[in-house]
Design a protein around this ligand. Structure first.
Ligand SMILES: *[C@@H]1O[C@H](CO)[C@@H](O)[C@H](O)[C@H]1NC(C)=O
Ligand SMILES: *[C@@H]1O[C@H](CO)[C@@H](O)[C@H](O)[C@H]1NC(C)=O
Ligand SMILES: *[C@@H]1O[C@H](CO)[C@@H](O)[C@H](O)[C@H]1NC(C)=O
Ligand SMILES: *[C@@H]1O[C@H](CO)[C@@H](O)[C@H](O)[C@H]1NC(C)=O
Ligand SMILES: *[C@@H]1O[C@H](CO)[C@@H](O)[C@H](O)[C@H]1NC(C)=O
Ligand SMILES: *[C@@H]1O[C@H](CO)[C@@H](O)[C@H](O)[C@H]1NC(C)=O
Ligand SMILES: *[C@@H]1O[C@H](CO)[C@@H](O)[C@H](O)[C@H]1NC(C)=O
Ligand SMILES: *[C@@H]1O[C@H](CO)[C@@H](O)[C@H](O)[C@H]1NC(C)=O
Ligand SMILES: *[C@@H]1O[C@H](CO)[C@@H](O)[C@H](O)[C@H]1NC(C)=O
Ligand SMILES: *[C@@H]1O[C@H](CO)[C@@H](O)[C@H](O)[C@H]1NC(C)=O
Ligand SMILES: *[C@@H]1O[C@H](CO)[C@@H](O)[C@H](O)[C@H]1NC(C)=O
Length: 655
């Protein structure tokens, strides 16, 4: 893309050079010269426009003795440039009528370097030269004369055409008498002057094209006698005898020439140089951009790869190409879902199905999530965690490869939401399956909190982050928000970045802005209620709309002894009342407003396996009291509250 635009640039530049060096050909066509003709293009030197014609030496006062005049086109005509020569054609109609007998001197079509009238060019000089400049090479002029007077010895007669170069003496002349043409007869004659850059040819004929046509042609190199740019026009003179010299129409056309072929370098070097400069510019810009981006990236994430590789069981690093091939270049058809931090695509690696999460580009957040996810989940192994197969960081693409979960995420089944647009009804999960799912998530969380080398807070437990394998076993996924805590640092059981999904966030989160083991338990409690009730958690951020929350709703039912009313109606009799009450009570206990009253995941597991009874739950939902002292939070609380560190809540969109 960049290359083609560069080509366009060079092309345009070349075109510009071309138009700059190409002289616009001169081209006009006056079929008549009415009195109101636009005269701005004409330079009248003792001449004018009157009686429908150009009047050379026409003096409205009447006295036209011993006069010379020129009538020139103001714009110059480029005759040649370097070795290039223009060609031209000019056709005009003349009408010369004598006012005396015999008449005046004559009329000429001229190409001249000089747009002034030579002094004392009246009489025999025809306004072309004067006695000083005649034949001495100083007058840069070429003329086609229509001579109506034999003024000197060299003149053929008083009715001839001649071609003059810097002189009044003609290089070649031809009498018109034998063609039935009398120049000063007051009749119209059509004249055509052609120059093909080698020969100059003149045709004279009757305007009605009858009779013979006179032609006169001679090889002539106008470049030898005239400057590059010349004026075009007519000149005429009178002496003691006078006449009217009229030009009634005038057409002129010329070919384009390139101004200066010696400036060929303009053609080649300037576009080439410009191209090189442009290329260099583009290249250095691209380099600079990449470099800057790389630097920025490296600043924010020093040694992204090292960081990932340093984790104990470093996952496999994939090549971007492999994953592009596997997902059909991230074909939208392969899209499995879209989350806050990226899009998940289905892929085929070898003969194994995979899920590839493509972290949104240019998202700083995204890159943090990426590292968090790869480093935490990558070093964990548990049957209820989504297995991370590998990762890729290439060309600004952040990709995470998981094993493929054929049944997708839990929320589809709970809330009956198929893929967007499809009104596909998912099969209802039976009670046994739901119980298994809850147990699975509990085991995964217990493993994260208590079972692995480093304590991990998931921080974003919710239905859409629970994946289901082919046997509908729960697999906890999306560790984008997960944070690792050193197990040994018992005092640091919390991490200080507010994150999560509205509806799953414990009430103290809004005050402490801290994620703790207990906030994970709270989110798990909400999930349990969801799974049993098949109902969305509601939004408890909107403080005045607290009752929307599944926790409040259920606790209300619980206090009225009608907790079973909450059970998903789709379960239709597939009910183990005792078990359900047990699980719902456990869920509510996890959602206890006071963090230190919530059970640990260990306890949760025991209740689920019936090794222990559900924790005691007050009938009325206890008020949320702060500060409450969760066991794992004691050390930090005071200083935090004294510092008044209440991070304003920012909503973080989950899936
Ligand atoms: C000049 O213009 C007239 C009128 O438009 C046209 O008839 C005539 O052919 C033109 N002359 C030339 C030589 O093109
Ligand atoms: C015109 O010029 C000629 C000589 O060049 C001179 O004899 C004559 O008197 C002049 N006529 C007028 C009217 O000035
Ligand atoms: C013009 O010249 C012709 C001869 O060519 C002559 O008969 C006529 O009288 C002259 N006209 C004038 C006004 O002198
Ligand atoms: C040529 O013409 C110029 C300008 O009229 C004049 O100054 C010069 O003397 C002339 N040279 C000759 C050799 O006649
Ligand atoms: C030629 O010009 C004269 C003077 O302007 C005019 O009287 C005459 O009619 C013209 N001839 C033609 C054929 O137009
Ligand atoms: C035109 O010029 C060429 C070369 O200068 C010459 O051979 C040819 O005869 C000329 N044609 C005419 C009609 O004069
Ligand atoms: C052409 O014009 C000439 C002079 O203008 C005239 O004598 C002749 O009769 C004309 N021929 C035709 C066919 O009109
Ligand atoms: C020029 O005139 C001569 C003699 O009249 C004729 O043989 C020739 O064909 C003419 N050439 C053109 C180009 O009209
Ligand atoms: C015509 O003039 C040009 C420019 O001065 C020159 O390069 C060329 O050789 C000349 N051609 C002839 C035939 O004299
Ligand atoms: C001039 O006229 C001739 C013959 O009609 C033609 O071949 C040539 O292209 C014309 N040149 C221009 C510049 O109009
Ligand atoms: C003028 O000359 C150019 C170049 O020879 C030619 O292409 C064009 O057709 C001519 N125009 C007319 C009106 O003859």
């Amino acid at each position: 893309m960049q290359f083609s635009s560069l080509q366009t640039c060079v092309f345009l530049l070349a075109l510009l050079c071309d138009t700059l060096t190409r002289a616009r050909c001169l081209n006009f066509n006056y079929t008549a010269f009415p009195d109101n003709v636009d005269g701005t293009y004409f330079n009248r030197l003792n001449s004018g426009i009157a009686k429908g014609a150009i009047q050379v030496t026409y003096d409205l006062s009447g006295a036209i003795d011993n006069q010379s005049g020129r009538f020139l086109y103001k714009k110059q005509f480029r005759l040649w440039s370097g070795g290039n020569k223009a060609s031209f054609n000019s056709t005009f109609v003349i009408n010369i009528s004598n006012k005396t007998n015999p008449g005046g001197e004559g009329l000429a079509f001229i190409l001249t370097a000089d747009d002034t009238l030579p002094e004392e060019s009246y009489g025999q000089w025809l306004g072309i030269v004067n006695k000083n400049s005649n034949s001495n090479g100083t007058a840069k002029i070429v003329a086609v004369e229509f001579d109506t007077s034999k003024s000197y010895e060299q003149d053929l007669d008083d009715n001839h055409v001649g071609v003059d170069v810097s002189s009044i003496y003609s290089l070649r002349q031809e009498s018109l008498t034998s063609y039935g043409i009398k120049l000063s007869s007051g009749l119209d004659y059509k004249v055509t002057v052609q120059y093909d850059s080698r020969n100059l040819t003149v045709f004279v004929s009757q305007t009605n094209e009858t009779g013979k046509q006179m032609n006169l042609s001679l090889p002539l190199n106008l470049s030898d006698h005239l400057p590059e740019k010349v004026y075009l026009g007519f000149s005429a003179s009178t002496g003691t005898n006078t006449q009217l010299n009229c030009v009634k129409s005038w057409y002129f056309n010329s070919s384009d020439i390139h101004e200066n072929p010696n400036l060929l370098w303009v053609w080649i070097i300037i576009p080439a140089a410009a191209g090189v400069v442009l290329l260099a510019g583009v290249a250095s810009y691209l380099y600079w951009r990449r470099h800057l981006e790389k630097e920025l990236l490296e600043d924010a994430y020093p040694r992204i790869e090292e960081e990932i590789r340093s984790t104990s069981m470093a996952p496999k690093k994939f090549k971007l190409k492999e994953l592009q091939r596997a997902t059909g270049r991230f074909n939208p058809k392969n899209k499995l879902g879209k989350g806050g931090f990226g899009t998940v695509y289905k892929g085929l690696l070898g003969n194994k199905d995979i899920a590839v999460k493509r972290v949104s580009k240019n998202s700083r957040q995204g890159k943090q999530e990426f590292i968090a996810e790869v480093t935490t989940i990558g070093s964990l192994r548990h049957k209820n965690l989504v297995k991370l197969i590998g990762w890729c960081y290439e060309s600004h693409e952040l990709l995470i490869v998981y094993e493929f979960m054929p049944n997708g995420s839990l929320d589809r089944f709970l809330f009956g939401e198929g893929k967007l647009g499809e009104e596909m009804e998912e099969p209802t999960l039976g009670w046994q399956r739901r119980h298994t799912i809850i147990s699975g998530v509990a085991q995964a969380l217990d493993y994260l909190h208590n079972g692995c080398e480093k304590r991990v807070l998931h921080r974003d437990i919710k239905a859409s982050n629970i994946m289901l394998d082919s046997d509908f076993n729960a697999r906890l996924g999306d560790f984008g928000l997960a944070r690792t805590l050193q197990q040994s640092e018992e005092t640091h059981h919390s991490t200080k970045e507010i994150a999560g999904t509205p509806g799953y966030m414990a009430p103290e989160t809004f005050l402490t802005a801290r994620a703790t083991v207990e906030t994970d338990v709270y989110a798990f409690g909400v999930l349990v209620l969801e799974v049993v009730c098949g109902r969305r958690p509601g939004n408890q951020i909107e403080q005045n709309n607290y009752n929307n929350s599944i926790v409040y709703w259920l606790w209300d039912l619980y206090s009225r002894g009608r907790v079973l009313d909450a059970v998903d109606s789709r379960l239709e009799g597939d009910i183990d009342a005792d078990d359900m009450v047990r699980v719902l009570t456990l869920g509510l206990a996890c959602c206890h407003p006071n963090p230190h009253q919530r059970p640990s995941m260990r306890t949760v597991l025991k209740v689920l396996t019936r090794e222990a009874d559900p924790p005691f739950l007050p009938t009325e939902r206890p008020a949320f009291v702060w500060p409450s002292m969760p066991p794992s939070f004691k050390e930090d609380t005071n200083s935090d509250l004294a510092g008044g560190r209440l991070t304003p809540f920012t909503e973080i969109t989950g899936r």
